[in-house]
Design a protein around this ligand. Sequence first.
Ligand code: XMP
Length: 324
Amino acid sequence: DWTSESFVETTVAQLKEQLGNDHVIMALSGGVDSTVAAVLLHHAIGDRLHCFFVDHGLLRKNEFEQVLDSYKNMGLNVKGVNAKDLFYTKLKGVTEPEAKRKIIGAAFIDVFDKASKDIQSELPAGVEAKWLGQGTIYPDIIESVSVKGPSATIKSHHNVGGLPDYMKLQVVEPLKTLFKDEVRRVGKTLNVDPNILNRHPFPGPGLGIRILGDITEEKVRILQEADDIYIRNLKESGWYDKVWQAGTIFLPIQSVGVMGDERTYEHVVALRAVGSLDGMTADWIHLPYELLAKISNEIINHVKGINRVVYDISSKPPATIEWE
Ligand code: XMP
């Protein structure tokens, strides 16, 4: 029967055989799947694996620096790419959720194209990276098939099948037969940083689909601060590991409040925490009132621009985990 140790052993051997002396390029997301896939590839081909990690300006607070550090500690060959301005410029004034996803997906491909050309140009003469590494797992394949019915695409998941034909790279996907819990077990066997292994799923378009309506740098900053307080409190109270996914949503409305003798008219954020096995269905989590009270006070007292916090009590279906 299946063990993570035997999976690692057979997969590394297969990858060695499949890849020979070839080089592989890979975009990492900071998530469990791409990281575990990269570490497996690194075991098989060492520094012939060339990774990069893109800051699209829609990551969590300090996430770019923290993730790059943990990659370096794991010995991965990773380059950080700051592409914030490109994404903010392309997203300016765009409000429709699928339009935002498409813009983010397309901008990501532009950055990917440039980063992979940069990596190619540094390879020794005559050596070409022919492979693209991806952290696709089994449910990604199932979901992207099931949402693409003849009727409509429910939400386009831009990390599946997203690359255009002109990038003639062959795809290597060492995790495509595994479920999330198996990926975590494999990661543990490979000594992947527990901060990455136990991370909640985070969508590719990042905070871009958690800021409802148009995206500005100021909204990103406010949301990052509020989200940082929320996630830190979940960790400190022991709730983070009991929750499948949690996040903060910036609502496209302002509401009236009072501060001292002054009337305020500021932003509202919603907190979301769900339990799930695979993201296909989800139940909202009954976080303790005391914890919600502490988080709400901290956000309202410390994050300038927010005067109201609400808690999302909807399950999937009919709601989705993300609001866009
Ligand atoms: P929903 O909102 O559809 O989310 O209930 C289910 C899971 O998928 C993630 N999600 C995405 N992941 N690109 C991604 O890579 C996307 O566009 C996207 N939309 C949703 C979501 O965070 C949840 O884990």
